[in-house]
Write a protein that binds this ligand. Structure first.
Ligand code: DAH
Length: 351
C-alpha cells in the first residue's frame, strides 16, 4: 500500500470517528462508536494498524507518525464526547445500576405509646410485689361503678354531669310504650369513672385472699386542659387478707413509688374521704420540689366487703387508685396531659 493511500484512509477514519462521537446521543451510542473505531480486537483503528505492515519500508516512519496522530485525534474526540454526555447528565448510567456499597435507607420502627410503656412497667413493679393483673369492662353498670362501692344514689359522684351515662333503649325510645316498659328492667350503663369497679368484679368471683391490680381507661366529662382529659388511665390496687393494716398500704405504695420514680421520692398520706374506704387518704409524693397528689387510697370499707359477700370480721384490706398519666408525666417532666393524645410523632418518638 502506498503512503498516500494509507494517509488518506487515516484521514477519512478520523473525520468519520469525529462525526460518530459528536453525534452519539447517549452513553450506549457513544460506547457502540467507541467499539467501532477504538475496539481493541476488531476496531477500525486496529485494522489500520495492521495495514501499516503493507506500506513500503522507506515510507514506514512517516506512515507510523500519521497513524499515531490519527489515533490521538480519534481518542481526543472520544474523550470530548464523553465529557459532553457527562455534563448533560446522560452519563449517570455509566456507573453500575445498583451500588451495593451505598448504605440503605434506615427503616423507621414504631414503638409502644408512652402510656402503654408506663402500664407495662407499673404492671412489672406490682408483679414483683405479688399483685396479679385483673381486668374489667369499660362500659359498666351502676352496681359496679357506684352501689357496691358504697356510693349511694344521693351521692354527687353519680350526677349526670360527672359521668358519661349511656343512652339505653329506654332513653332512646321517643314514643315510650312497650319498649319503654320492657326497658325499665335494663340496668343503666355508663363509661366507668374509676377502675375501683374491678375491685368489685374480682371479689364477687374470688374468695379471699385477693392481691390484684387493674390498669385501664376511665372516663369523666372534664374539659381538657394541662392536667385534665375526659379519658385517662388509673392503676388500682387491692389487697384483702387477714390482719391487713394501713402500714402495709404505705409500705406497698412507698416501694411502688421508689421503683417507678426513684429512691429519693418521699410519700405522704393526707386524711380524706372516699365512700369505699375507711379511713381514706390522698396519696402525695415529693422530691425536693413540693408535694404532688397522685390519687387516693385507704382501708376497704366494711360495707364494700359485705356487698361482695366477704365477712369484715374475718378479713380486711387496703385499696388504692393512682393516675397513670400523672406518674408518667412526673417521670418524664411532661407538663401537659394532652400531649399523650395528640398523636404528634415528634412527641411520641421521644419515648
Ligand atoms: N377511685 C378513686 C378515684 O377515681 C381513687 C381511689 C381512692 C381508689 C381510694 C381507691 C381508693 O381504690 O381506695 O378518684
Amino acid at each position: 500500500m502506498g503512503l498516500a493511500e494509507f494517509t488518506a484512509e487515516l484521514e477519512a477514519m478520523r473525520s468519520a470517528a469525529a462525526t460518530a462521537f459528536a453525534s452519539a446521543a447517549d452513553v450506549e451510542a457513544l460506547e457502540a462508536a467507541r467499539v467501532d473505531f477504538l475496539g481493541a480486537k476488531a476496531g477500525r483503528l486496529r485494522a489500520a494498524q495492521k495495514g501499516l505492515g503493507a506500506v513500503a519500508k522507506q515510507d514506514k516512519p512517516l506512515a507510523g507518525k500519521h497513524f499515531n496522530e490519527a489515533k490521538q485525534a480519534i481518542e481526543a474526540s472520544f474523550a470530548a464526547a464523553q465529557q459532553r454526555l457527562a455534563s448533560n447528565g446522560s452519563a449517570k448510567r455509566t456507573g453500575p445500576a445498583f451500588d451495593p456499597t451505598v448504605p440503605g435507607t434506615p427503616l423507621v420502627l414504631g414503638h409502644l405509646h408512652p402510656i402503654t410503656q408506663t402500664i407495662d412497667e407499673l404492671t412489672d413493679i406490682m408483679g414483683r410485689l405479688g399483685f396479679a393483673v385483673a381486668d374489667g369492662p369499660e362500659i359498666e353498670d351502676e352496681w359496679h361503678n357506684f352501689e357496691a362501692l358504697n356510693i349511694p344514689l344521693s351521692h354527687p359522684a353519680r350526677d349526670p354531669l360527672e359521668n358519661f351515662y349511656l343512652s339505653t333503649a329506654k332513653a332512646a325510645d321517643p314514643a315510650g310504650g312497650k319498649l319503654k316498659q320492657a326497658a325499665t328492667s335494663e340496668p343503666t350503663l355508663l363509661l366507668r369513672s374509676q377502675t375501683s369497679t374491678v375491685q368489685i368484679r374480682v371479689m364477687e368471683k374470688t374468695p379471699p385472699p385477693v392481691r390484684i391490680i387493674a390498669l385501664g381507661r376511665v372516663y369523666r366529662p372534664d374539659t381538657a386542659d394541662a392536667t385534665h382529659y375526659p379519658m385517662f388511665h388509673q392503676i388500682e390496687g387491692l389487697l384483702i387478707d387477714r390482719h391487713v393494716t394501713m402500714a402495709d398500704l404505705k409500705t406497698v405504695l412507698r416501694l411502688f413509688a421508689s421503683s417507678y420514680l426513684g429512691s429519693d421520692v418521699r410519700i405522704r398520706f393526707r386524711p380524706s374521704f372516699f365512700p369505699f374506704t375507711e379511713p381514706s387518704v390522698e396519696v402525695d409524693m415529693s422530691w425536693n420540689d413540693g408535694w404532688l397528689e397522685f390519687g387516693g387510697a385507704g382501708m376497704v370499707d366494711p360495707n364494700v366487703l359485705r356487698s361482695v359477700g366477704y365477712d369484715p370480721d374475718e378479713v380486711s384490706g387496703f385499696a388504692f387508685g393512682l393516675g397513670v398519666e400523672r406518674l408518667c408525666m412526673r417521670r418524664h417532666a411532661i407538663d401537659d396531659i394532652r400531649e399523650f393524645y395528640k398523636n404528634d410523632v415528634r412527641f411520641l418518638e421521644q419515648f
